[in-house]
Every structure is written in C-alpha cells, then in structure tokens.
Design a binder for this molecule. Structure first.
Ligand code: MG
Length: 158
C-alpha cells in the first residue's frame, strides 16, 4: 500500500510559528496577542478567530507576507525528507496559500491550504477554510495509507 505523509506547515515544518513573525514585522503584536488570548480562553471559537485573523492580516500586502514567510526557519531534517520524497509528501495548512506561496516553493511538494480572492495585493475575501480532515479522507479514498504529522492544541489546526 502506498503511503502519503501529510504535514501541517506552521510550527511543524517551520520551526517557529509564522503568526508572531508577521505580527512583529508589521507591528500588530498587540492586536494579535489580544485575539490569541481571547481564543485560548475560549471566548472566541477557533474558526471565528481565524476569520478575524484574516481580517487583520488581510490588510497587509500579500506579497510582503509571502516574502517574509519564505524566510521562516525550517526543521531541516524534516524539510529534506519532504524534498527527497515529494511524491509521497503533501503540505496541509489552514493558512491562505497566497501567504505561503514562496515558503511552499522551498519544499516543492503538493500543498493544500485555505483560499482567498486577492485584489490589489490584499485579501479581499476568504473563500474556503481548509478542513484538514477532508485531505486525509481524500487520500484514504484514493487508497493511500495516510500518516499525518503535526498539529497542536488548536484542534482543527492552522
Ligand atoms: Mg501548526
């Protein structure tokens, strides 16, 4: 049976979380910290929190976020495994793919993420929030044995 390794991106392939990187670079630490605190307390459901995050980050130039995230440090052993076995590996991220485009180019394997309409280098509209379990199911249905690597306390995972 063929095996497909599905990797979360943020904090799994990257050795740092990307949200604080963006918050720091664009000086929106307080806004993001407030949202994170409300989410961790359970005051904001995770999906609503993600939508609010996209509203905050969506105002920032997409190209600059992609450039910034392309510099994120990776767990190199893991990244090299992906580079050596691209046909067996797939990145599954809740993040908007346009933000991760240049980072994903460094891994060069199939990727799934959330999608948005981009206009004028900004996120105009969030179209689809990726449900990671849908990708797991897709590969199981295609006859793969699926191994999922990553994801933490945030449940559905971004
Ligand atoms: Mg993660």
């Amino acid at each position: 049976m063929r095996t497909k390794f599905l990797f979360d991106l943020d904090g799994t392939v990257t050795s740092v979380e990307t949200l604080p990187l963006i918050a720091c670079a664009f000086h929106i630490e307080q806004q993001i910290a407030d949202l994170t605190a409300r989410t961790v307390r359970g005051d904001v459901p995770f999906i609503d929190s993600f939508i609010q995050r996209v509203q905050i980050l969506g105002e920032l130039p997409v190209s600059q976020i992609s450039d910034l995230l392309s510099t994120a440090p990776l767990y190199e052993n893991l990244a090299n495994f992906i580079r050596r076995h691209p046909e067996s590996c797939c990145i599954v991220t809740g993040n908007i793919l346009d933000w991760c485009a240049k980072l994903l180019n460094r891994l060069n394997c199939e990727s799934y993420g959330s999608s948005a309409i981009i206009e004028g280098d900004k996120v105009k509209k969030l179209c689809r929030i990726l449900k990671k379990e849908d990708i797991v199911k897709k590969y199981i249905d295609e006859g793969f044995r699926v191994v999922f690597i990553g994801d933490g306390y945030n449940g559905p995972g971004i």
